[in-house]
Design a binder for this molecule. Structure first.
Ligand SMILES: [Fe+2]
Length: 314
């Protein structure tokens, strides 16, 4: 594959992003003029092949969302335009970031109705799998869901859970025990997020629809998730989900089904109750690994009053 030699916004090859990371800038702007024709071509190819699959498998709320955001099938979206349509519906906004957002900060953004959004796009010759998020995953996979009021409230609730998580370990005086409990709670939250927001299925009439963004942005897996006999599909059960590991580099063999977004919202509520009761302090070990930056972001928040925590975002 030829290496891109000019400055554009291709994933892992964008000088603008490298510079922002070098300067320690997490929240950035979208330098729209830097998208090359090849970047737009990648969006066009991704969008046109997903469209029939969305029509067949995507949850109706997602399909309405795609309509109401007026995404251009032919060009990488301008986040300003996306937000102009999105914000009046649920208050959510796509907020451009230069890369990885530590977990507490990420969830706190959701609480503030901001969705950290990658602005780079995968190379036009590598449409299928990439480990990094890109603007197609974030804007075409996630953001249409944020137009739905019940779904949006669920995300906000999830963001509030991050604060509850920080509070939950405050009373543990032994630093090692506090870090172990925090790690376990983060792992439980990551698993819940993965099996719902990223890979969730919903009961729809006699069938199943897809609302998870990892599936909605994957041409191969959206079909596989609904049709393949190799996938185990079970009703969402909190005690299972929080103890279930996952791997990110292959199609998911196990997926969970909710009845509705109200059901999902209630489940987040229950997750929070379990958190308060200490029932997430010792979930089954295994994937995902919790990295230092994620752990640090939560532990730092746990020493601050709730009102001051968001200041760490600027
Ligand atoms: Fe995602």
């Amino acid at each position: 594959m030829p290496t891109v030699t000019f400055a554009d916004l291709t994933t892992t090859q964008a000088p603008f992003i490298e510079q922002a990371q070098h300067d320690g800038q997490l929240f950035i702007y979208q330098p729209y003029e830097q998208y090359s024709e090849r970047n737009h071509e990648a969006w066009r190819k991704l969008y046109s092949r997903m469209l029939p699959r969305w029509q067949r498998y995507a949850n109706p709320a997602f399909q309405r969302g795609v309509q109401s955001l007026c995404l251009d099938p032919n060009a990488v979206p301008k986040l300003e335009d996306v937000n102009r349509f999105l914000q009046p519906l649920t208050g959510f906004q796509a907020k451009p970031v230069s890369g990885y957002v530590p977990a507490f900060l990420f969830f706190d953004c959701l609480r503030n109705r901001e969705f950290p959004t990658t602005i780079t796009i995968r190379d036009a010759d590598r449409l299928d799998y990439l480990p990094e998020p890109d603007i197609f995953h974030d804007v075409a996979g996630h953001v249409p869901m944020h137009t739905d009021r019940a779904f949006a409230e669920t995300l906000v609730r999830f963001g509030e859970c991050a604060h509850t998580a920080a509070d939950a370990v405050d009373g543990i005086s032994d630093p090692q025990k506090r870090a172990a409990a925090m790690t376990s709670i983060i792992r439980a939250m990551a698993r819940f997020f993965w099996f719902t927001i990223e890979f969730g299925l919903m009961r729809s009439g006699n069938g199943i629809s897809v609302y998870g963004s990892g599936l909605l942005s994957s041409y191969g897996e959206i079909h596989h998730s609904v049709e393949s006999p190799e996938v185990q599909r079970y009703p969402l059960q909190l005690e299972w989900v929080i103890n279930q590991g996952f791997e990110i580099d292959h199609y998911q063999p196990l997926l969970f089904i909710v009845d509705s977004f109200e059901h999902l919202y209630e489940s987040v509520h229950e997750l929070e109750r379990w958190m308060k009761d200490g029932r997430l302090n010792n979930v089954a070990p295994g994937e995902p690994a919790v990295n230092e930056r994620d752990l640090e972001s939560f532990l730092k928040a746990s020493h601050q009053p709730r009102s001051g925590r968001s200041l760490s975002r600027s």
